[in-house]
Design a protein around this ligand. Structure first.
Ligand SMILES: [Zn+2]
Length: 458
């Protein structure tokens, strides 16, 4: 029955702790799904669980790549994680995936066809990495949207019809897929979609495994306060020292004539990039003590802000992308929210309910309604469920432009909503009135002309 436990949630909610709890209780091993925690030697900046809190549980893909390595691509991560899951199971143990990097988690949880648009294995850009190398090879990818669109109309009219003429990013992406693979992106998506549709119809579902996903969550205010406090904590534990080490590494490389690309890999991790200007200033030595201290302070403040934003984006992913993917396969009941707002209630709110759920999964018993776990869970899921099941998208949407309103929208559904909506009808009514008015004046004008021509002599 291939069980898999996944733990997701914003940074700072206690995902790693829950994973260790569950692994200890159910003879499990942990697979790290956080791109930055894969880097070696930076336990504080990347927020790794300290060794003495791991309770002797094996942690895979943690602290395993060097500073100068690129962050793993999705395909790479997926392959390795799936291999590890097999391996852990073959030893009679329970695999537990703990992920902060959402697209890693998604690629492991769901079968390939769900990866879908814009995220196919080959073309998926790494975090922070743009497609500079491909535009060197195909300069048209740097052209204005209209020029790219013209080319796209030639090679892939279906995708060309899909995008708004000004949406350069998407036009570029479709064109890039064609240039790289020699096949129109629309063809590739069509195949993926029909595979997806087949899987849904066969009821075999789109999840790879018998999965339980725990979402460790907290009210936003509480979470933000906790994240702020964590930055102070990190400083105490030696954040500056680690960042200094990274800065020295870059400097050393530079002195050897090697330019380190700081727009990717570990260099974009929160904590380092905010402090980089500070260390640069220390090295240059042209700031006073007081100015340096100010710079240090503002850098730390930026770390706090960036951490909060990151937390917010992670929650957004769960609410939108993960929910959508689960909903498409009719599996939203696999997602359990655990309320970690009150840390002193960890045992009641997190440990006990999660253990009961894993127990049920392993014994193949039905699991309860996710809404029943807490008030926060009820609030979160009720609204989502009211929206109904998300239908799997099985066709490539087309862009429609309303000439009256000068608006472009994607997909027939959006188009129907638009043409039946009040704003559009108001514009139509106004246009109709104007047309009537114009016709009236034209008529008048005509009558006047005629009256001149046929004016009877008096
Ligand atoms: Zn309109």
């Amino acid at each position: 029955m291939d069980p898999l436990i996944a733990v997701v949630g914003a940074t700072g909610t206690g995902k790693s702790k829950l994973a260790v709890d569950l692994a200890s209780r159910f003879n499990g091993e942990i697979i790290n799904g956080d791109a930055m925690q894969m880097y070696r030697g930076l336990p504080i900046i990347t927020n790794q669980i300290p060794v003495d809190e791991r309770n002797g549980i094996p942690h895979h893909l943690l602290s395993c790549i060097d500073l100068d390595a690129e962050a793993w691509r999705i395909g790479n991560f997926k392959r390795e994680a799936l291999r590890l899951i097999e391996d852990i199971r073959s030893r009679g143990k329970l695999p537990i995936l703990v992920g902060g990097t959402h697209y890693y988690t998604q690629a492991v949880l769901f079968k390939d066809q769900l990866v879908g648009e814009g995220a196919d294995e080959e073309g998926e850009p790494e975090p922070g990495k743009e497609l500079e190398s491909t535009s060197q090879k195909w300069p048209i990818l740097d052209a204005e949207p209209e020029i790219m669109l013209e080319k796209l109309r030639e090679v892939d009219p279906v995708m060309a019809a899909r995008w708004h003429p000004r949406d350069g990013r998407k036009i570029r992406r479709s064109l890039e897929i064609y240039l790289k693979t020699g096949r129109p992106a629309s063809e590739i998506y069509k195949k993926q979609m029909s595979q997806k549709e087949e899987a849904v119809q066969k009821e075999e579902g789109l999840l790879r495994f018998n999965t339980l996903v725990f979402w460790v969550h907290a009210e936003k205010k509480i979470l933000n306060a906790r994240l702020d406090a964590r930055v102070d904590d990190m400083v105490e534990q030696g954040l500056m020292c680690e960042a200094q080490k990274m800065s020295d590494y870059i400097h050393e490389k530079q002195s050897q004539g090697v330019e380190v690309d700081q727009t990717r890999g570990v260099w974009v991790s929160i904590g380092f990039k905010e402090l980089a200007p500070y260390f640069e200033a220390v090295r240059n030595g042209d700031l006073s003590e007081k100015e340096l201290e100010n710079l240090r302070r503002t850098s730390l403040e930026s770390i706090r802000t960036a951490t909060r934003q990151y937390g917010t984006s992670q929650v957004k992913w769960i609410r939108n992308k993960l929910w959508r993917a689960l909903s498409e396969s009719g599996k939203t009941r696999c997602l359990y929210l655990l309320d970690s707002s009150n840390v002193s209630e960890w045992k009641n709110c997190i440990t006990e309910p999660s253990e009961q759920l894993v127990q049920k999964l392993l014994q193949n018993e039905p699991t309860p309604d996710p809404k029943s776990l807490s008030e926060l869970a009820t609030a979160e899921f009720s609204a989502k469920e009211a929206q109904g099941r998300v239908k799997a998208q099985t066709e490539i949407l087309k862009c429609y432009t309303c000439d009256h309103c000068k608006k472009t929208m994607s997909g027939e559904d959006q188009w129907n909503i638009h043409i039946n909506g009040h704003p559009h009808r108001r514009v139509l009514r106004a246009a109709k009135k104007k047309a009537q008015r114009d016709a009236y004046f034209r008529q008048k004008e005509m009558e006047e002309k005629q009256s001149h021509i046929f004016k009877p002599d008096s």
